[in-house]
Design a binder for this molecule. Sequence first.
Ligand code: TLP
Length: 338
Amino acid sequence: MIDLRSDTVTKPTAKMRQAAFEAEVGDDVYVEDPSVIQLEEKAAEMLGKEAALFVTSGTQGNQIAALTHCKPGEEVLLEASAHLFLYEGASMSAFAGVQPRTIKGNRGAMDPAEVAAAIRPDDIHFPETGMICLENTHNKAGGAIVPLENMQQIYETAREHTIPVHLDGARLFNAVAASGVSVKHYASQADTVQFCLSKGLGAPVGSIITGSSAFIRKARKWRKRLGGGLRQAGVIAAPGYIALTEMTQRLVEDHENARLLAEQAAAMPGLSIENQVDTNIILINVAGRGETAGEYLEKLKSNGILAVPFGPQTIRFVTHFDVSRENIQTVIDRMHRL
Ligand code: TLP
């Protein structure tokens, strides 16, 4: 099977497995695991933040951001198709007790003027705006890169109102690889940043949340409350360290593969590409074939290709480390035959 469902499906490399095997470990709840500490320090340094925390998943990192930044009864501003809003089981509301307020973006980028207008004035009737969330790259917008200037404008407004900004950077390193903007620059436009080690970077488990030392101290307690205080977590942090230090540069290959697949699919009868392919996500519309996403996915599957539905007639393909250029060529040939 050629698995293009997500970049989460990558398997750890031999070097990552070796690192897990050899990892020095300790009890991370006591902050005594050298491999976890090494990963957190490296992540903080790379993003230009004071501190970082290793968390089990992107979802947990985003939840910890909401729990640490916000109080129950507050409102969170975020893009209408943000992962935090669409795909995290309303956990922000369930756990942090906050209300989401969505703003429809353009390729994942909210209009800064609309964000400013959505910030609540002081009024007994209104919730307070507790946090603004950005997402880069933007998953539902097809891996779109949110421009740095857009983030800057929103962050400026947020600071005027002393509202914290959290960046869901699950695929931030894809944005870095494709845009040439440094990870520090992106990270400087948010108070806290969550990024995933277990997506394009290929680690088996884990995400990082970075921010100020004071924020991370509180976040550490929330992670414990959520049951995310792990013990000898070095066995998963060590592969994460390799992901962070050795796997970011190669993401351009995934982007080239995605562009190739998109160009070829665009020329196939009945298929059209919905997104501008900035990074490793391609959204293919099958309406021209008179089929649903589910029907076309079944045909792909019986031809050894996996992808996921992203709308009634939209299919998402994600390129990643475990899919080679040759695999992409095979996918193109099989799709041609379909
Ligand atoms: N995204 C997954 C699915 O949940 C859709 C995927 O296959 O793309 N933020 C963003 C922008 C994400 O895309 C994801 C995962 C997360 C957060 C959550 O990360 P995990 O899966 O580690 O909880």
